[in-house]
Design a protein around this ligand. Sequence first.
Ligand SMILES: [Zn+2]
Length: 124
Amino acid sequence: MTVSEKVSYLKGLVEGLDLDKDDKTVKVINAIIDTLDEVAECVSELELDVADISDQVDAVDEDLAEVEDYLFEYDDDDDEDLYEIKCPECGNTIVADLEMIDNDEIKCPECGASLQLDIEEIEE
Ligand SMILES: [Zn+2]
């Protein structure tokens, strides 16, 4: 039972008593019920607002996760430091990271030629 339903039920109970509306005590009871009715309406509106905001937060959370994924990927690519080296023997383009380049030397996977590298020159 929601708060609104409880207040409606209470209203029905009081109406069923068929009380004298001009009686001071009955006026107080009716005023209390009217106030409860307004409070229940406010609570219902707030519940709807909270549900809306919750949906929006979920959407923002999903968007943020996508942004994080993008930034993470971008960082990975940035950290890898890939170099494209053209083999002077066979013309094959070798994509290598720093780990593959040992002592400024790399072996061409196509023709097996050992290539002498100048890292500083490649970075430019
Ligand atoms: Zn080669």
